[in-house]
Design a protein around this ligand. Structure first.
Ligand SMILES: Nc1nc2c(ncn2[C@@H]2O[C@H](COP(=O)(O)OP(=O)(O)OP(=O)(O)O)[C@@H](O)[C@H]2O)c(=O)[nH]1
Length: 516
């Protein structure tokens, strides 16, 4: 290696081989079927030719032109020309006028209709096309991984099982894509695929189909309603997963039969789910739209398969990956909706847990929590803080004379009268029974007394407004302002409570202030 100059870094070492290619051995050629591509009339034009073989999912691929002959496997990038990342290929310069044919060979495909594609042309456009395929393949996997991560984060936030299932489905489908696209062998194998590409492909097809069916079924809107459909889909999923587990036991012919069975089964399950999703839509379940949307690409692939589409044949891997990614995005969207639903539910429960059912005021627990906060900030800032304990007078008698339902009406009317007198309704708390707490941050005792006098008046008026004969509603109110001796909110409350008892003793229907 020459000395490293100051302006840049030099890494690596000069190449020792003329062409970093893997020559074919008799073992590699075993079982390969060879095909010939003839040169143009008049022979090769004497310029570089790139030959690229796509869509061979398993086994060795041989590409040869003239002297140059290479064998490579999709699942180990070290065996391939690194200029081609999604295919096995070579660049050769046949002599001008030479009539040597191109020879390509591969093992019998796992599915009869999975035809390999050979691309021939000038190196630059062939490589650009190869890079474009790589971009699609990598992007699809990256989206799948990002969705798996966000599903995991959703689980951390909600502890809801669907998020784990989604993350697991994403991972299965991402790994399946890695094997399908050959990225599991790039830059060196990171999954132990080895010589068993067909097993891995069949197993991931089976697990992937189980995951797809589960997702589409969950979104079809029939999960909770049609028991026979539910059972049929559950069976289909279990059968697909079981088939995936049995894969290592199957001989090549068995694998082919399994793949054909999985493809047919998946197609039929998609059509059945489309039909039941249609029923859900007709019943007005708008959520089922997502079920239809997630199946559409797979139905399009089945249709293209039946029509023997060229596009599907040459871009099979990318099209399958895009369909899977589409499905994962649809499922991710469904989970986002579920997340907001759970959030709303959670918020609603928090509000319920903090609210008194009868009056709609904050309940004792949340009121005390708010008082604790106000107590601390008043302590820190030195601002005044006053609390008023409001107790309806002779409430037991109101219940006894007019009935419990009138007692309830009185409680609601008093709560309303107290809350209406405050700027922030959150500062009136129902402490329980016929007791209320009024919190006045920033207000001292001399300022609080007339306000509570006014509230006492409003309580009386609220009772009169009920228009019940013989009903008189009054309240005794005890006031206390924060002083240096108050170590905690409880001591402030105790003093307000004491003042309220004095108001009762002094004849009720009055406001009494506690001394510091
Ligand atoms: N209608 C109704 N009554 C309630 C509710 N909660 C508590 N009570 C009743 O409120 C009454 C409170 O009575 P006491 O604590 O004896 O006090 P009081 O009758 O108001 O007498 P003083 O406080 O001395 O003026 C009890 O009879 C409880 O059953 C409620 O939600 N609705």
């Amino acid at each position: 290696v020459p000395a490293v100059p100051g302006e840049f870094l030099l890494a690596g070492a000069p190449a020792a081989e003329p062409a970093p290619m893997r020559a074919c051995t008799p073992r590699m050629r075993e079982g390969l079927r060879e095909h010939r591509i003839e040169p143009p009339p008049g022979g090769w034009p004497g310029v570089p030719q790139a030959i690229n073989v796509f869509n061979v999912f398993a086994g060795e691929v041989m590409v040869a032109l003239g002297e140059r002959e290479v064998c490579g496997r999709m699942h180990d990038a070290r065996t391939r020309d690194s200029r081609f990342r999604t295919s096995v290929g070579l660049v050769a310069v046949p002599a001008a006028g030479s009539r040597e044919p191109i020879r390509v060979a591969w093992a019998e495909p796992l599915q009869a209709d999975w035809r390999p594609t050979v691309v021939l042309g000038a190196p630059s456009p062939v490589q650009q096309m190869d890079t474009m395929r790589l971009l699609v393949r990598v992007s699809c996997m990256a989206i799948g991984m990002a969705l798996a991560m966000s599903a995991l984060m959703g689980f951390i936030g909600t502890r809801d099982r669907s998020f784990v299932l989604q993350a697991a489905a994403c991972l299965v489908l991402v790994l399946g894509q890695a094997v399908l696209s050959g990225l599991s062998g790039y830059p060196r194998p990171w999954l132990p695929v080895g010589d068993h590409e067909s097993w891995w492909l069949a197993a991931f097809t089976a697990f992937g189909i189980a995951a797809l069916l589960y997702g589409i079924w969950r979104q079809s809107g029939v999960a909770g309603t049609l028991a026979p459909v539910r059972r049929a889909v559950a069976w289909a999923m279990a059968a697909a997963a079981l088939a995936g587990l049995l894969v290592p036991l199957l001989p090549p012919a068995g694998l082919r039969a399994l793949m054909a069975g999985l493809e047919t089964g998946f197609g039929m399950a998609c059509l059945a789910l489309l039909a039941v999703t249609g029923l859900s839509l007709r019943r007005g379940d708008r959520g089922a739209v997502l079920g239809v949307v997630s199946i559409v690409p797979f139905l399009a692939i089945i249709a293209a398969e039946l029509a023997d589409s060229r596009l599907l044949a040459s871009y099979r891997i990318e099209i399958l990956q895009l369909a899977v990614t589409w499905f994962l995005i649809a499922m991710g969207y469904a989970l986002t909706r579920r997340f907001s639903h759970l959030r709303r539910q959670h918020d609603a429960m928090r509000v319920l847990a903090a609210t008194d059912e009868l009056t709609g005021l904050p309940n004792r627990r949340s009121g005390l929590a708010r008082l604790e906060q106000l107590f601390q900030s008043a302590r820190d800032s030195g601002e005044p803080l006053t609390v008023g304990f409001v107790d309806i007078d002779l409430f037991k008698r109101i219940n006894d004379v007019h009935g419990h339902h009138v007692g309830d009406q009185v409680l609601v009317a008093v709560a309303e009268a107290l809350a209406a007198s405050m700027r922030d309704r959150g500062d009136v708390v129902r402490m329980g029974g016929e007791e209320f707490l009024v919190v006045l941050p920033g207000v001292d005792l001399p300022m609080a007394t007339p306000r509570l006098e006014l509230m006492r008046q409003r309580v009386r008026e609220a009772g009169e407004a009920l228009g019940i004969e013989g009903l008189q509603v009054t309240a005794s109110i005890g006031l206390a302002s924060l002083c240096a001796a108050d170590e905690d909110p409880a001591s402030l409350l105790r003093r307000a409570d004491g003042a309220m008892y004095r108001a009762k003793q002094d004849g009720r229907d009055r406001v009494s202030g506690a001394t510091a």
